[in-house]
Design a binder for this molecule. Structure first.
Ligand code: NAD
Length: 496
């Protein structure tokens, strides 16, 4: 790709420069020599233009029959499928995850686009009875208006698709601002939607820094819906901004997810799951299995084998064949991980492997950190309570099932949890007791599918869910309709 390439914003169906003319650079976190391109550094003025375009386009898009909207989404899904390999490569370059994982990310966007296209011929409401004679009742979905979508860098195409596709099929228009570290994947997604025939103004794309472009977007009066995925700190700010004018708000934030390994578990299976859940995407998944709570009877065996395998993970540039773990996204993220390794050691956790930045020829131009395992952890340690968002896994021994559940639930987050056991009763009890929005049996905490609701309890979210039909509930409003064909005044609750 041309390193000088300048990527523009997409507003009102046109590719345009930011109002200030300023840009910022997108650089490969695995290789600082790999300069991907310049992206527009947008500000409040660009947000105003995009919001105005989306507001205008909403007046006609909301009236397009949903099956017609769906035809555009079907075309977009086909285009995404055709270009999956190119988009996955772009993603690995800008985000760092191994190519195989990047393909999975694009596939998730494809799945979501097909899924929501299918909803164009459903968007079901209810027909129901009335307490009065000659009266008909039903519910219909209405779009809400212009949606402001703010997305993180760890799933650069999947998460944007989770937001854009349900918003569009419901008849809303959107302004999306991707994370500053991964603007290319959303650029690719938006270019595909343009090619698929989305009318001008229905989808608007602004690249930029959170405080400069994201903050004015969530505050803009014409933005009626805000969907945010990112950190708790920024999520709180966004929530305050939206409260002012009671915008619809969906927050998807952090996690401190747990795998429970019981003494009756298939240990080989648990080991594979914990490695994938803990170190997949370099631990930079909101659903990463960053805590493993292990029954004391199998703790030593598990800890030893897990550490051996973690040390041997092949770390490198995600474009190189055989690489199992890529770099961290930025130097800031690397410093955060280093800080937590120090905290863990000070708290008395036993560093079993890793704990340092990787150096050497293939590592010096990127933000590489060794897969890190802490053993003999206790639930109160900060490394067991706070989201690190890196390749750091804490092993916590436990005495029994009840204690494992208690430890699992002892954090402020509630995104994903898992249990490895062959005891069906304990599997079901854990399903009931774990306070998370997602729960797995004999599988790690990662691996969500697009037709099931996605989201978390407690400080992970604010009660909404993404994906599945749950997303439709967020991007539409219910309208309850009563049709009286009795030709007389009938009073509910009074005329019997
Ligand atoms: P972040 O909060 O730093 O940034 C997220 C987005 O918000 C970016 O687009 C950023 O530019 C924007 N932003 C920053 N400041 C803003 C402001 N003041 N106003 C409006 N927008 C602003 O998060 P991140 O580092 O990109 O992502 C990592 C976090 O995301 C982790 O905490 C992770 O757990 C979370 N995450 C959650 C889910 C989930 O579904 N629960 C999924 C993926 C990531």
């Amino acid at each position: 790709m041309d390193p000088q390439r300048i990527y523009k914003n997409f507003i009102a169906g046109e590719w345009v420069e930011s109002a200030s003319g300023q840009t910022f650079e997108n650089i490969n976190p695995a290789d600082s020599n790999d300069r991907i391109g310049q992206f527009q550094r947008s500000s409040g003025r660009d947000v105003a233009k995009a919001a105005a375009a989306a507001k205008q386009a909403y007046q006609s898009w909301r009236l397009v029959p949903p099956p017609r909207r769906a035809e555009i989404l079907f075309r977009a899904a086909n285009l995404l499928a055709n270009r999956k390999e190119d988009f996955a490569r772009d993603m690995t370059r800008e985000m760092g995850k191994p190519l195989e994982e990047a393909r999975g990310d694009v596939q998730e966007a494809i799945d979501m686009t097909y899924y929501m296209a299918g909803e164009g011929r459903r968007l079901f409401g209810q027909t129901t009875t009335s307490e009065l004679p000659d009266k008909f009742c039903m519910t219909v979905r209405s779009p809400v208006g212009v949606c402001g979508l703010i997305t993180p860098w760890n799933f650069p195409m999947a998460i944007p698709a989770w937001k854009v596709m349900p918003a569009l099929i419901c008849g809303n228009t959107v302004v999306i601002k991707p994370a500053e570290d991964t603007p290319l994947s959303v650029y690719n997604l938006v270019a595909v939607l343009e090619e698929a025939g989305v009318p001008g103004g229905v989808v608007n794309y602004l690249s930029g820094i959170g405080s400069e472009a994201g903050a004015p977007l969530v505050r803009h009066p014409d933005i009626k819906v805000v969907s945010f995925t990112g950190s708790v700190e920024v999520g709180r700010e966004v929530a305050h901004a939206c409260a002012e004018s009671f915008k619809h708000l969906c927050l998807e934030m952090g996690g401190k997810n747990v795998i429970i390994v019981m003494d009756d578990a298939n240990l080989d299976l648990a080991l594979e799951g914990a490695l994938w859940g803990g170190f997949g995407t370099t631990g930079q998944r909101c659903t990463a299995s960053s805590r493993i709570v292990i029954h004391k009877k199998v703790y030593e065996a598990f800890a030893q084998r897990f550490t051996e395998r973690a040390c041997r993970l092949k770390v490198g540039n995600g474009l190189d064949p055989g690489v199992q773990m890529g770099p961290l996204i930025t130097e800031t993220q690397l410093r955060t991980v280093e800080k937590y390794v120090e905290i863990g050691q000070k708290e008395g956790a036993k560093l079993l492997c890793g704990g340092c930045r990787l150096t050497g020829a293939i590592y010096n131009r990127g933000w590489f950190f060794a897969p890190t395992v802490f053993g003999d952890c206790t639930p109160r340690m900060r490394i067991c309570r706070e989201e690190i968002f890196g390749p750091v896994v804490s092993l916590i021994p436990c005495d029994n099932f009840d204690q494992a559940i208690e430890i699992g639930n002892s954090v402020v987050y509630g995104l994903s949890s898992a249990i490895y056991t062959r005891n069906i009763n304990n599997a079901f009890k854990a399903m009931r007791e774990m306070e998370t929005g997602i729960f797995y049996v004999n599988a790690p905490t990662i691996g969500a599918e697009t037709h099931l609701p996605f989201g978390g309890t407690k400080q992970t979210g604010n009660g909404h869910r993404e994906a599945a039909t749950a997303a439709l509930d967020f991007y539409s409003e219910w309208k309850s309709v009563y049709i009286d064909y009795s030709d007389r005044l009938q009073r509910a609750q009074i005329d019997t």
